[in-house]
Design a protein. Sequence first.
Lengths: 493, 321
Amino acid sequence: MPVGKWWDRAQEVPGAPHVRGLGVVAEEWQQAARDVAASGGRLLSLWASQEAHSPMRHTICAAYWIDPGILLAELPVQPECEAPAYPGLEEIFPAASRMQRAACDLFGVRSSDLDRRPWLHGGSEYDFLRVEGEGVHEIAVGPVHAGTIEPGHFRLSVVGEKVLRLEEHLGYVHKGIERRFTELPILNGHRLAARISGDCAVAFSWAYCQALEGMAGCAVPRRALWLRALCLELERIANHLGDLGALGNDAGFAFGLAQFSRLKEQLLRAIDAALGQRYLLDAVTPGGTGVDITAQSAQALAASISSVARESALLRGIYEDHSGVRDRFTGTGRLDPQLASRLGVLGLAARASGQRLDARVDHPCKPYDEHPPVKIVRAEGDVAARVAVRFDEVQESCRLAHQLLGALPDGPHAAPIGYPAAGTFGVGLIEGWRGPVFVALEAGHNGAVHRCHPHDPSWQCWPAIEHAIIGNIVPDFPLINKSFNLSYSGVDL
Amino acid sequence: MSAAAPQVTELVTQLLEVVAALAAAPLFLGWVNQCRAWLSNRRAPSIWLPYRNIRKLFAKDAVLAENASPLFRLAPYLVFSTMVVAAGIIPSMGTHLPLVVAADAIALVGLFATARVFLSLAAMDVGTAFGTLGARREMMVGFLAEPALLMVIFVASMISSTTALPAISEHLVTQSLGLYPSLAFTAVAFTLVLLAENARIPVDNPATHLELTMIHEAMLLEYSARHLALMEWASALRLFNYACIGFALFVPWGVATGAIGPLGLALSIPVLGLKLGVAGAGLATIETVSAKLRVMRAPEFLATAFLFAVLGLLVHVLLKA
């Protein structure tokens, strides 16, 4: 059955544009996934939830990224201790494995897939796959690292300096975010959403608000939408600048870190001056934005953006002319397009491996339909490609930010929003700097959240690092890891 | 003038050199770090930071791994004392040193090797992956750097027909200001060896926090408190010693030679300070403009050093210069 049939059968879901959902039965669950895969679609997210009226009834949901939009499939399941509750999708979408294991950890519904190791509550007894043979030994890195970074465990099997296999184990910052949502009034959830992964604050809070506004039937003022897009692009630029500096530093080129840190700080100060927040944690609010910009500060911000674009282009010249830096970046941590497609990688990492995916272009919400960005795609898939995509996206986002500032509509920047009816369900999808951020939201009684599932694209990208590192040398791992720069907090939830 | 007078000066010179090395080594490191910060447009840390760091570490209680053997505890003292002895036979201020009879330049290379062996053994002692990784890489760098360093010393020895470092230095100073093309080649080789042996960029990164890329730092990960302080001090001393070997071979002018009295010695102190200042700035410049090499490229880097040293030797043999 072609994927279009599923799409036609499905019903509109409020929130992000072009989202449809349908209920499936156990026999159709895998078939739908197969049809999506056959049409070149991607698994966007997979999560479990309890039904509101009968806590013993569970559903398992999958969101697919297909050509016409986002397709949601919902399967009712019975949680049982021993027998698998539903057929697993790992064979069709390898990225599903960890999501299924996390769903099992949280709700006790297990898939039929073979990997049954706990994901979120793994602890120290985690059962890593061992590589055996003459001269093979293991290096265990983390979860406590020599520098101040997020915790994650990496088990490298190496021969000499060459990496044979890497296995990741995350979950060290599992803190019950999804549960915490259900304890908050639905109109306050955006604040928690912004703090799921601090570097994607705008993307997460916008995706949450998009779902909420769709459910409540709130028409967001145009000015607010333009301001949100401006914030999102500023967040993208700031993060790319930070990463470009850190990548230079990881290649032993401290000059790059110093310069890009300065540039990022200049931008953050300009954002602070114009919008009153450095990291835009509370910029997006239900019904509009918590920040507004005056014509005068808009001009000052535009000037800062121009200077960032100019200096970043200069620094790009230095990175590209430096033989040592080029030697470290080129060919390192290669993820070829075929593998990227098979693994279902999303976002920046996917675009650096020839995958033409960008939610701002493919499934645009307002204002991206009026101000479409140019998709930045590279085919090489190595660290150099991920660096190049970042450099190009900085320029593109600067251009877009100028355009948005120039076309900023007049009017209010927030509209009143009411509580959505209990049981309504909505979806948000926003292309953050790392990739598409997805939020599934279901309203509960008395203005509460019944279920909220925020999904970071890092879920799909983490397994890609395990493949990109193979055949590289041990000391290149930090560089490869940094070139992806994935979120720990965003997936550990 | 009694015969005892020069001997007293010699003893004073010897004592002064060791004390100066001990005291000035962290300062030199602080200076290099300061220059690095300035060159990348950062505000520099205090030049006294290495001293504060060492003082802080001495005040702390040491934590040892449960399975650490006595070797692990002994190694910091051994490594530190080899560096102190090395400082005693390098003519940084005067060439008449009573300790010189104990060791020549080749023995000096041996001293550095001894320190390296104990450092590596101690790193492997606790049995963590990072210590072993660091020790393995250190031995790889070491066995490639040593021949290059020996070759550098041979060239200088052939010019001055002696392997005693102060004698080489004195020979070069007292010769008329002749240019030795062979020494130009070996100077390049020596700089490359210095970078590799002192865990500087492009071979290693002393400022890194990435445990998988470390060489020298990885070996010190298990050390704390006084042990770590001695190790840090020893690596500052090693950098200082290498710089002074460089001065003795390539810019020996200003060193107190012969039976010069206290005045000559007093004069040599500011000269040494000036040389260290310039060398530190130069080292920081090299580190700022280069990125770290892949570990697998380190052999190529050190092979280049060896090649330059051999070229120096060939130039000397062919041109007698």
